[in-house]
Design a protein around this ligand. Sequence first.
Ligand code: FES
Length: 158
Amino acid sequence: MAATIQAIVDKYGGDKGQLVSILQDVQAEYCYLPKETLEEVSRVLHIPLSQVYSVASFFRAFSLTPRGKHVVTVCLGTACHVRGAPAVLDELGRQLGVEPGKTTEDMQFTLETVNCLGACALGPIVVMDGQYHGQMSPVKAKKTLKQYSEVSQDDNHG
Ligand code: FES
């Protein structure tokens, strides 16, 4: 793990000002930010752990707890909200059997919400594994989710 963190920090020339980008890369590597990785970043960059923590917990994009294999993010910003995002969120929660912010027991899906993704014209938007799906409805959300579940089942068999 230490070597991986070192490589990421090196990529940014050890620049403390790149902390957010560094943490993004670390998260891409581990799917979330395990405590040990934050300690390592603090050590390598020579910045206090408290500072690393405050950045990691400030940005919603960062997760300090393990997340599912697939991350489903529902935009609840104003534009998406008025176009029916809450119903989409309800449907996804029902399908997955989890509340927003939680991960399914099999660690396959994490359901999250966000306040505006900056693409309001496409709303309501659901992001699945970084892919934007616009003009969502509960029915469409259910279908899209099903596609992702099937992909992950194939993965398990392969
Ligand atoms: S409110 Fe959803 S993208 Fe802006």
